[in-house]
Design a protein around this ligand. Structure first.
Ligand SMILES: [Ca+2]
Length: 336
């Protein structure tokens, strides 16, 4: 009886969920509160206007990895202040086409003037602003911004969290500008002019990587209003400051809290042996052990190997054992 009741409730829930989905294949205003809109094809927006405007609360726009390219430099996706609060924008590949046909307005791939919104898993490119955050308390995570003037910028809006995004080949990768309490967590910036360009109004950069940027990994912009920038952990070498700008570095254990950047991917490597969890057969390699293959030390490989060879236990793994383990063959086949 209980099961039947549970199913009944689940079915009602699913039905109401399904009924709140709309499939769209053209630019339009999204104005049904609580609706989830799925984009079903790639779009080229030939109008001198925004493609999608979110004008109701709790709207989800899921582009399902489709692209939207503007022919004019205008915002591609916009969530309006107050009326568009609690928006979610995900899986969109967008370009506001910086400079076409001429720079009329500074267009954004995704412009969030709303509060309490989530922008995740998008690609934003070749725009003046990749992702422009004007509202408060939004979460911007797991996006890729490339080839923009400003990759991801918190501008004026306060207390936004920008986490685990990748910015490459932008003039400025990540920026904070008249925005208080911006928090940049475990992002990666490379091949930009400046990796992070921060006006430090109580901003924080926590963990993450910024490297191979042509001018600076972190540029701390000074104004009379500037307060401290705190940097917790992370890999930030070339830090430039302007005027009276200040920053303070603190040690922080990033490894146990966040994913680790392997190239352009951020993956969990909880035992810190350089092998991501998904490929790690031995998830508890201790610090003094050297990981040989698949995150396993020789000692751990011998524990996995059927039968015990006294010689190997004493003298270390034989070449044959390592070969079988590496190539996932023989006795090692069943381990993968
Ligand atoms: Ca590992």
């Amino acid at each position: 009886m209980k099961k039947a009741m549970l199913c009944f409730l689940t079915c009602i829930f699913l039905t109401s969920f399904i009924s709140a989905a709309t499939y769209i294949d053209s630019c339009q205003t999204l104005n049904i509160p609580g609706e989830t809109y799925y984009l079903t094809e790639d779009l080229s927006n030939s109008a001198n206007a925004r493609c999608f405007q979110i004008m109701a609360k709790n709207v989800v726009l899921d582009c399902q990895n489709h692209s939207i390219i503007n022919e004019f430099e205008r915002d591609v996706i916009y969530a309006k202040r107050n009326v568009g609060d609690y928006a979610t924008i995900r899986n969109c590949k967008v370009s506001a086409s910086f400079g076409f046909p001429k720079p009329v307005v500074r267009g954004a791939g995704i412009r969030i003037s709303s509060d309490y919104s989530v922008v995740e898993n998008n690609e934003v490119f070749d725009s003046f602003y990749g992702i422009y955050i004007w509202g408060d308390r939004n979460i911007i995570r797991s996006n890729v911004a490339y080839g923009n003037e400003r990759g991801i910028i918190a501008n004026i809006g306060d207390r936004n969290i920008i986490q685990e995004n990748l910015a490459k080949g932008n003039t400025r990768g990540f920026s904070s500008w008249y925005s208080e309490y911006s928090k940049f967590v475990n992002n990666k910036a490379y091949d930009n002019k400046d990796g992070f360009y921060i006006m430090p109004l109580n901003a924080a950069i926590k963990c993450g990587v910024s490297e191979e940027n042509s001018n600076s990994d972190v540029y701390v912009y000074g104004t009379s209003a500037a307060r401290l920038l705190n940097i917790y952990g992370g890999d930030y070498e070339i830090i430039k400051t302007e005027k009276n700008a200040q920053f303070t570095k603190y040690p922080y254990d990033c490894q146990t809290t966040y994913c680790t950047w392997f190239g352009e991917e951020c993956l969990f490597d909880r035992d810190g042996d350089g092998v991501p969890d998904k490929d790690d057969l031995c998830l508890e390699t201790s610090e003094d052990e050297v990981a040989i293959v698949y995150g396993c030390s020789c000692e751990q490989i011998l524990e996995l190997k059927p039968g015990k060879d006294k010689g190997e236990l004493k003298n270390g793994c034989s070449k044959g054992t390592i070969k079988l383990f590496t190539e996932q063959i023989g006795w090692a086949k069943n381990l993968f």
